[in-house]
Design a protein around this ligand. Sequence first.
Ligand SMILES: NC(=O)c1ccc[n+]([C@@H]2O[C@H](COP(=O)([O-])OP(=O)(O)OC[C@H]3O[C@@H](n4cnc5c(N)ncnc54)[C@H](OP(=O)(O)O)[C@@H]3O)[C@@H](O)[C@H]2O)c1
Length: 228
Amino acid sequence: MKLQNKSVIVTGSGRGIGEYIAKRLGREGANIVVTGRTTKDIEKVSEEINNEGGRSVFIEGDVTREEDVKQVIHGTIKEFGKVDLVVNNAGIGLKKYIWETGVEEFGELMDVNVKGVFLYMKHIIPEMKINGGLIINISSGAGKEGIPMLGAYCASKFAVIGLTESAAAEVNNVKIVALCPGSVDTGMFKRLFPGEKADLKPDDVAQKVADICTHPEKYCQGQSIELY
Ligand SMILES: NC(=O)c1ccc[n+]([C@@H]2O[C@H](COP(=O)([O-])OP(=O)(O)OC[C@H]3O[C@@H](n4cnc5c(N)ncnc54)[C@H](OP(=O)(O)O)[C@@H]3O)[C@@H](O)[C@H]2O)c1
């Protein structure tokens, strides 16, 4: 129970990697806010954490909407008194050649994967500056090198690393890192790469996030932590 009394927001935690991260950190004793757009998913994950003996609430929120982001942060503070950790996990994928990618599709990808991370950091850093904190931004191996047919997705995940490094250089008492996993066996991976085998299970990512949360001193400020 290394995270007892720590309050954590995990975005996009109604399913996929986020669900595993929320449950893993719940088992470490943290108070968990499960958030996403689909109420039935976040309610279920939150209930499962509580049924396992953890402490969790769910708050609906779209990471692209500033008002929602503020509501999730204020709701967390109202419920648990503070926010110690944020895992910016919510994200969407797209597999298309650049010349096939619609301008609207590109914009949506940037909105969720980049603006969402920006909005959470914009609103949480001022809160965390008071008592310190930790932010883990989920980038990807696709944030480290360009991959055919993932141009828009790669651009968004490179941008997450840029935001992470810049924010990390702007603050002293808030640790900010990016986590860059290889392919992970989730709904997103199955939709983009049907029939292919992923490098990692969602629990491998959750395990790494738990290690960063419990031993942040092992990682440098602004680091992009690769996980393959
Ligand atoms: N799977 C991989 O191979 C892989 C590899 C490296 C990195 N990643 C990254 O890991 C993260 C999680 O991916 P995943 O594979 O678990 O995907 P997933 O199974 O599709 O889950 C995505 C999660 O994000 C939420 N979400 C999407 N749009 C949102 C929005 N506008 N506001 C709030 N929540 C939103 C979804 O919930 P709602 O739709 O209900 O809102 C869902 O909970 C993403 O950032 C992804 O880019 C994935």
